[in-house]
Design a protein around this ligand. Structure first.
Ligand SMILES: NC(=O)c1ccc[n+]([C@@H]2O[C@H](COP(=O)([O-])OP(=O)(O)OC[C@H]3O[C@@H](n4cnc5c(N)ncnc54)[C@H](O)[C@@H]3O)[C@@H](O)[C@H]2O)c1
Ligand SMILES: Nc1nc(=O)c(N)c(NC[C@H](O)[C@H](O)[C@H](O)COP(=O)(O)O)[nH]1
Length: 218
């Protein structure tokens, strides 16, 4: 029987005050050593997933570069299909397998534009993307593990719907502040601490001034 969803690991680097980027979108919090760790982790998963804003702000590659290993499939949550053709993701989609998840909100013209690229388009959800359904479809494609690399809006969706298994946070030696700076988890948040998923601290690794915290859901 096909499992209903892949193993989901949420990954991010945060400042001591829980931000993943400054108000201007500056998000380079990991050290070189931590980036090597992250890239090793990328090489061990089947897919890596980020939200549309992360692509817009960071213009990431989402590949394995700081170590040797295979690139995971890249998945972008982009309800309206507005990803830029100039983004590194689209520019390299002929070499690295890429899935763009869209919702039924997408306009015909954006869908037609996306269809011109050698990417796979998965349509799930009426307004925003239905993550549970998306994970089911990924499972059907034999994708067994997904590394979710943010940002804060996407992280909240996975936590709100209890669709994750592990959380790997690099606590970086910075203080960012600013109520409009992106937090590890944005969205509406839980009203009570008792609503929070219970987490077990599996390991702590010190990389000089960075701490890598690995939590599993109880
Ligand atoms: N330090 C880190 O580890 C780290 C990691 C990732 C991103 N970031 C930073 O986070 C910022 C972006 O975070 P953000 O919260 O603004 O955006 P995000 O990257 O979480 O993207 C959110 C967008 O994704 C799209 N989307 C479609 N379906 C969705 C669904 N079901 N749930 C959630 N989103 C859905 C929507 O357009 C939504 O606005 C950037 O500044 C980036 O640099 C930091
Ligand atoms: N662990 C981690 N530490 C960071 O300091 C940081 N900025 C991210 N951010 C995750 C997000 O998905 C980014 O966009 C990619 O880390 C950039 O990806 P590339 O290097 O271009 O592959 N993640």
């Amino acid at each position: 029987m096909v499992k209903s969803r892949p193993h989901v690991t949420l990954s991010a680097a945060t400042s001591i005050d829980g931000k993943i980027a400054t108000v201007t979108g500056d998000s380079k919090l990991s050290s070189k050593q931590d980036s090597v760790r992250l890239h090793k982790l990328r090489s061990q998963v089947d897919a890596i997933l980020v939200g549309k804003n992360t692509v817009l702000v960071d213009d990431p590659m989402l590949t394995v570069r700081h170590t040797k290993g295979k690139n995971p499939i890249r998945i972008i949550l982009d309800s309206k299909g507005t990803i830029s053709k100039n983004s590194k993701i689209i520019q390299t989609c002929n070499k690295i397998p890429t899935i763009v998840a869209v919702s039924h909100q997408i306009s015909k013209s954006n869908l037609d534009k996306l269809k011109k690229f050698p990417i796979e388009i998965i349509m799930v959800g009426s307004n925003s993307i239905n993550i549970k359904l998306l994970l089911k479809k990924l499972s059907d494609k034999k994708i067994k593990s997904v590394l979710v690399e943010g940002g804060g809006t996407v992280n909240w969706e996975f936590i709100k719907y209890d669709l994750f298994d592990e959380l790997i946070i690099t606590l970086s030696p910075f203080l960012i502040g600013g109520k409009n700076a992106v937090s590890l988890i944005d969205g509406n948040g839980f009203k009570k601490i008792s609503n929070s998923p219970n987490l077990r601290l599996k390991s702590i690794k010190r990389l000089k001034n960075h701490l890598v915290l690995n939590y599993a859901k109880v």
